[in-house]
Design a protein around this ligand. Structure first.
Ligand code: AKG
Length: 308
């Protein structure tokens, strides 16, 4: 594992998930609606304070389906660690997300969008992150592509048009270190484990489960990753739209390190908020000390599967 600097301590903060509805074939309309909902989430009517971090769902600017990715893909051209001028970005989604993050002066995880690499022209399912100044500060390309085939229920093959990312990604805010994944990435505990061991306090996955795997696995996987790693976990879904080609499960949620659900949306368009309390993480880790009981001396014996 590459060496990573330890994170600053987790502080209390408010997380808002936008379970976005009305995602259709008109990209400009999708972007307009996403912007309106981000402004609404930031207004936080009826709440005592505005959120510190707002999250959009997977594929928020285009219909979800591998045949659509090439038509909706945008050139982002972001290279971690290199200066990035949002003003000259080719990506209209990046432009919108950056300007609205700046307008509301709030951290924003921009769900995901189909991206075309400017050099290789390969397509990715990509999440971008903005600080309250509107700077693009992190990007995650979905590592594990959603290729499933459950006969009679659902067949989906992202790898027909997309390429998987080759890197795990996280970013630091003034309140937490946050690890990124996209949807199917949550099925791979190794990825969550590495992010948690690199100091992430919260793992956020823009996602879009379906009506076959959603009921059984959506909550289970999030609770598992939260309990395994004693971190906060959250997935943000689009709203369910039965007139769309892909029927998303909805139920955007936030879980604490004990696996308790802090907030959960229904299946329609909704903004759900959760208060992240660092004490819960501290108490969980003190009470159930798995984070300091790991036996790497034993695990090393089972890495070679040919011995089994
Ligand atoms: O893993 C699943 O069941 C759903 C995953 C998914 O919808 C996705 O990766 O977009």
């Amino acid at each position: 594992m590459p060496s990573v600097s330890p994170p600053a301590p987790l502080k209390a903060f408010t997380l808002a998930l936008i379970q976005l509805g009305n995602i259709g074939s008109n990209k400009a309309a999708n972007l307009r609606h996403a912007r309106e909902m981000i402004l609404k989430a930031a207004r936080a009517e009826g709440r005592s304070k505005k959120p510190d971090l707002i999250v959009l769902p997977e594929c928020f600017n285009s219909p979800y389906g591998h045949t659509h990715f090439p038509n909706y893909a945008e050139d982002i051209g972001y290279y971690p660690g290199k200066p990035y001028d949002v003003g000259t970005s080719e990506s209209e989604s990046v432009q919108m997300l950056s300007s609205v993050a700046k307008e509301i002066s709030t951290w924003l995880i921009g769900g995901s969008i189909p991206e075309r690499d400017v050099d290789t022209h390969k397509l990715y399912n990509t999440c971008t992150v903005y600080n309250p100044n509107g700077d693009l500060v992190a990007m995650h390309r979905k590592v594990h592509l959603f290729d499933i085939d459950i006969p009679g229920k659902i067949t989906f093959k992202e790898s027909e048009t997309l390429t998987g990312g080759i890197k795990l990604n996280s970013f630091d805010t003034e309140f937490a270190r946050i690890g990124l994944g996209i949807c199917y990435d949550i099925r791979f505990p190794e990825m969550a484990m590495i992010s948690a061991r690199q100091g992430c306090h919260v793992l956020v996955y823009p996602g879009a489960f379906n009506l076959t795997t959603g009921p059984l696995h959506w909550e289970l996987l999030q609770r598992s990753r939260a309990v395994d790693n004693q971190v906060f976990v959250s997935m943000c879904s689009p709203a369910r739209d039965l007139s769309a080609e892909y029927h998303a499960w909805g139920h955007s949620m936030v879980l604490d390190p004990m696996g308790a659900i802090l907030s959960e949306a229904g299946d329609g368009e909704e903004i759900t908020y959760a208060e992240i309390d660092p004490q819960v993480m501290e108490d969980t880790r003190a009470g159930i000390p798995v984070t300091v009981q790991r036996r790497f001396d034993v695990y090393s014996q089972v890495t070679d599967l040919s011995n089994l």
